[in-house]
Design a protein around this ligand. Structure first.
Ligand code: TYD
Length: 207
């Protein structure tokens, strides 16, 4: 077995706010644990005490797009060093609610931040680390807004208008050209999305 395959798998979950990814992450974690796998369930921005403190700032304080970019990558650096890399090194499966694709989608496509500095920060901060699989919960902005309105008060991102979320969605579509991406039709019922997700995982044959 190669060194690469001996390490754990890094799976990320993406989509616009209201796509409904959270319940699927929890279900997948439970399914993997029931099969005896060590699972590290984490999120971005966040995942370490420092990164969670940065998350609070990013989600609540007014700031410009460059500051936002620097804070999410600072949080990501700490998260990679403190949680993700050690977990993968010991063979755990890391399930991460959002990662760098969210920066390209929200700060890049959503806020209109240039892609090249984002790509440079991605290389610098991640040192070659990329998700093995990215599950993209894709839904239109109108459906997602209706779901959000039903459950919670908006943070700085969730309060953005429909045009912002359509740009974010288009940003994900751009990133989804990478082979590690699997698009799930998140406009469907949770049970249908679950079946799609299970089929995507079965096709990988990892677990
Ligand atoms: P989210 O993951 O949706 O958590 P919750 O379900 O608790 O609301 O919230 C994180 C927000 O941060 C989301 O609106 C997207 C945003 N975000 C960025 O703008 N850039 C990033 O790089 C990341 C990781 C998240």
């Amino acid at each position: 077995m190669s060194a690469r395959r001996a390490a754990g798998r890094f799976v990320t979950f993406e989509g616009i706010d209201g796509a409904g990814k959270s319940s699927h992450i929890d279900a997948l974690a439970a399914w993997l644990r029931a099969r005896g796998h060590e699972v590290v369930l984490t999120r971005e921005p966040g995942g370490t005490p420092l990164a969670e403190a940065l998350r609070e700032l990013v989600l609540q304080r007014p700031m410009d797009a460059l500051t936002e970019v620097l804070l999410v990558f600072a949080a990501r650096r700490d998260h990679l060093r403190g949680v993700i890399e050690p977990a993968l090194a010991r063979g755990a499966t890391v399930l991460c609610d959002r990662f760098t694709d969210a920066t390209f989608a929200y700060q890049g496509a959503g806020r209109g931040f240039e892609r090249e500095p984002l790509a440079a920060l991605e290389r610098w901060v991640q040192q070659g680390r990329e998700p093995d699989l990215t599950l993209w919960f894709d839904v239109d902005a109108v459906t997602a807004a209706a779901r959000r309105a039903a459950v919670r008060a908006p943070d700085r991102f969730e309060g953005e208008d429909l045009a912002f979320f359509e740009r974010v969605r288009a940003g994900y579509a751009e990133r989804a050209r990478a082979p590690r991406f699997v698009r799930l039709d998140a406009a469907r019922t949770p049970a249908e999305v679950r079946r799609e997700l299970e089929a995507a995982l079965a096709a990988r044959g990892w677990w």
